[in-house]
Design a protein around this ligand. Sequence first.
Ligand code: SAH
Length: 254
Amino acid sequence: MVKIQFLKSQIPVRKIINRFKMWDLVFGIFPSIFVKIKYQILKDTAKHQGLRNQLVSVLEQKGITDKNVLAAIKKIPRHLFLNSSFEDYAYQDKAFPIGAGQTISQPYTVAFQSQLLEIQKEHKVLEIGTGSGYQTAVLCMMGAKVFSVERQNELFKSTSLLFPKLNIRPKHLSFGDGYKGLPSYAPFDSIIVTAGAPFIPQPLMSQLKIGGRLVIPLGEEVQIMTLLIRKNETQFEKHEFGEFRFVPLLEDKN
Ligand code: SAH
């Protein structure tokens, strides 16, 4: 048998090879599987870009005209906001479950609400219902300073961890009850509620700047997309934009 001089001891070649195999497993294959999983989760390819371009065309056909909204949707990798096994659904114009009994809003709904907000660069925007973070990301991409509140702790934690990985930087993320708004950061240029509300929470109205816009789906089973524009201290102008379906805006955090 061939022997190799290995410091003081003599180790058979077969043993060395076996040892390498073991270390290969520990430092080679396992990490490479891990890297592959991570890589898949955060991969944004030309194929994804192509699907996004198609999605934007669908949204244009459905009546979305705000160039800023369409440009943001073209850039934000929606598939990275879904569990990677559902990647194929990411660029269909559909809502999708994201865990904790919640959904990522349909792209058309995200686009429609974002368009109603009439975002300008550096606008302070309050979002109620961070969820997957997709709507937050679209608003950030449009140049808004986004303050977002989520009542489900599980979602709050997972989405808070996702943003930095995607280099998306909301101004403030909060675990709490959106019915109360975020009084310490008010007033806001606009407020978007991404869950179906049975009524308009008073704190949200009072945290809106004069001239500011509040977009909120109102109703229990089906919601009417509603826009309030604050005219002065006491008066709001109300506009309605047809039916949408959202998960309910629930009281208290969980
Ligand atoms: N904007 C999200 C939509 C998620 S669905 C996205 O793009 O994925 C609505 C979200 O609102 C859910 O995550 C739900 O937990 C949250 N929500 C419901 N009631 C809430 C409340 N009172 N305060 C804050 N978030 C609430």
